[in-house]
Design a protein around this ligand. Structure first.
Ligand code: GLN
Length: 280
């Protein structure tokens, strides 16, 4: 074994030599030392004690083996909010900001004084908390099957001074039978069972990534239950895989939704499809 690096600069160089991305190495070392990137860059010669060097070396090995950076540093930014994340929840993706932006635009145009919003399968709480934070008048509820995920979401809400209603259970089974919403959102698991993309995501909860089969099972269940829980004039917006837009639009159409539309993510892939529920 080579000796441990004794300075900030040497530690960062060793991480790069292990194949780590420069930014990842800076964020991991900054997390260990409780310093920001500007400090690290200005303090190349700062001494590193052996414990910090060893902990950083361990972080680098885990990162090189595919653990998401967000789990190693324990947080991730989403739509302007700093969220705690643990391996109990999916790491929030920038792709999902497309869904939140669409929701916020609908809420701005909504006639309801206090629109009722539901996030199905909230994980870290990312979608529910971003909506609650950016549209203060909305009344947000969020579900998850996993009690551990709900605990993460609840802790995030507390830190952000937000208080959505948390509901535990599988999709609509978590929701009171008579509850009606103006806007229902979800980023459900949608990766097909055999998808070659899945092994690379092995550190994240499979429950949040894949419903098995063709990947559409959770989306089907959400669409099927939505008419009973949407207020007249409400909207259902769903995130899905880049190749699932047509399938999701077809599900919405056959359930009676109108004004069906697909939105693209930052990489210009079809990422969210939604529809309007006329009701009545
Ligand atoms: N967008 C994620 C990915 O493909 C998957 C999230 C999900 O299944 N909802 O990495």
């Amino acid at each position: 074994m080579t000796s441990l690096p004794r300075t900030v600069g040497a530690a960062l160089a060793a991480a790069r030599a292990q194949g780590l991305d420069r930014l990842d190495a800076q964020l991991l070392l900054g997390h260990r030392l409780q310093r920001d990137r500007a400090w690290l860059i200005a303090h190349d010669d700062a001494a590193l004690d052996a414990a910090a060097a060893r902990a950083f070396d361990d972080d680098c090995r885990r990162r090189a083996a595919g653990e998401p950076l967000a789990y190693l540093v324990g947080e991730r930014e989403f739509h302007g909010l700093r969220l705690r994340v643990t391996p109990d929840v999916l790491v929030p993706r920038p792709d999902t900001e497309t869904l939140v932006d669409w929701a916020l635009a609908l809420l701005r145009d909504s006639a309801a004084a206090a629109p009722q919003v539901l996030d199905l399968g909230t994980g870290s709480g990312a979608i529910a908390l971003a909506v609650a934070h950016h549209h203060r008048a909305s009344q947000v509820a969020a579900t998850d099957l996993s009690p551990a995920a709900l605990a993460v979401a609840q802790a995030n809400a507390q830190r952000l001074g937000l208080a959505p209603a948390w509901l535990q259970g599988a999709w609509w089974r978590a929701v009171p039978a008579d509850a009606r919403f103006d806007l229902v959102l979800s980023n459900p698991p949608y990766i097909a069972a055999g998808d070659p993309h899945l092994p690379a995501l092995r550190h994240e909860p499979l429950l949040a990534l894949s419903p098995g089969g063709d990947g559409l099972g959770a989306l089907r269940e959400i669409v099927a239950g939505a008419p009973a829980h949407l207020a007249p004039g409400g909207w259902l917006l769903l995130e899905h895989g880049w190749d699932q837009a047509d399938a999701v639009a077809a599900l919405l159409r056959s359930a009676g939704f109108e004004a069906i539309e697909t939105r693209r993510d930052l990489a210009d892939r079809p990422r969210c499809t939604g529809g309007h529920w006329r009701g009545g």
